[in-house]
Design a protein around this ligand. Sequence first.
Ligand code: DX5
Ligand code: ZN
Length: 221
Amino acid sequence: MQIKIAPSILSADFSAMAEGIKLAETSGADLIHCDVMDGSFVEPITFGGQMIKNIRPLTKLPLDCHLMVEHPKTQVKFFADAGADFITVHFKACNKISPTYLKETLELIKSCNVGCGAVVNPDVPVENIYDVFPICDMVVLMSVYPGYGGQKFIPEVLEKVVKARAYAKKIGRPDMDIEIDGGVTEANAAAIREAGANILVAGSAFYRSPDPVKTLAALKK
Ligand code: DX5
Ligand code: ZN
């Protein structure tokens, strides 16, 4: 399976975002990961749909919008209109509203012709989202608790990656995108790829690297 690297602009310089996007593109990135935080589902606030609208014309790479927000359904239209290629929403944010909210949100994203995905935190069993696997374009397994870049990778998540890939195969979707988000480094990338993830998010590993081209190639190898 083709391995894709998604630099997270959370670790880029917000005052020079255009350069951060260009750096990802010229270094061989496959997607741009956009961490949207609302100050409630997670403590920090980052940016919203306006940022996506502004960076959309700067790159042809798919914009992978990771919504760490309460009530994600209310945000779908803004991000779809802004030019998102993927919108992913948290099981935890959805499930506290109702048992059907996640499915409804994913269907709403799909109806906007945008790729959809469900995200689980490190402490949430991947089995909790098996029912929505058939409608997901992407499944995201958090390997840190959401909210901050630069945290340490939680290795226990690798077992969940193996389970997720096996379940994707079982339902006839062997090539489904499985993304790992948080703490990805050159040291753990091989184990992540071997477990079955094919999209690796890299925030600090990429933007703080002295040689981003080399780092990106090493993550992908
Ligand atoms: C965490 C974010 C991640 C984060 C990754 O809440 O969802 O995408 O930016 O950053 P690193 O790669 O530094 O852990
Ligand atoms: Zn993220």
